[in-house]
Write a protein that binds this ligand. Sequence first.
Ligand code: ZN
Length: 231
Amino acid sequence: MEVFRRTDKINGISRIYLLKRWLLDFAYPNRCPFCDKIISFDEYHCSGCGSFFAPPPQQEAPELLDGFTAFTSYDIVSRAFVSKIKNENNGYAISAAAYMIYKRLKEEGAVDYDYITYVPMRKRDIFKRGYNQTKILAKELSGLLGLKFVTLLKKNKDTLEQKKLSAKERKENVKGVFSAVSKGLDLTGRRILILDDVCTTGSTLSECAKALRSAGADYVAAAVFAKTQLK
Ligand SMILES: [Zn+2]
């Protein structure tokens, strides 16, 4: 079978990741997250869906980031999709979002990292939802890329909800709240990719980058599913 050639990656996707999806497909046939149609194990949406996302806004990377990739703009279309990931923990949507981010990273040639990590969530949000969708998304992306997934950041205190604040207040709200947890890993000179679902002003990602840099990371980039257009 084409999928099981003796190569580490097939079209850039980790062979192990594809094998897992292939096996999972027997128990839970893969479905299009938009219309629920059954699709092949290596597809992420059916041919009729998934092409309606707008390109991301053309903006500079948030401060302290060496690279920044967004798949789409945060608008009425992507908001509904992000809600499937955030509030419904929809596995098909998470796999599709990871794949779309993966594709964009490949196009930009931004796939060379030592570790993939994620933005930690507020404790009360994890308690409310029971999971951190960004962590699941980051794990999925690391699987696609065949790169190592590690939890490298922790939140030192709970913050106010960013979406209720102005740009200036957002910056203040997250200032110094993240620190690096290396768990015995030496981050010196490492290249790290931070995942998040939505980026608004970028102050959260900048603070995360600051924490990783002070732990020795050499190159810190971020990838998100959707980026808000700032006026
Ligand atoms: Zn569909």
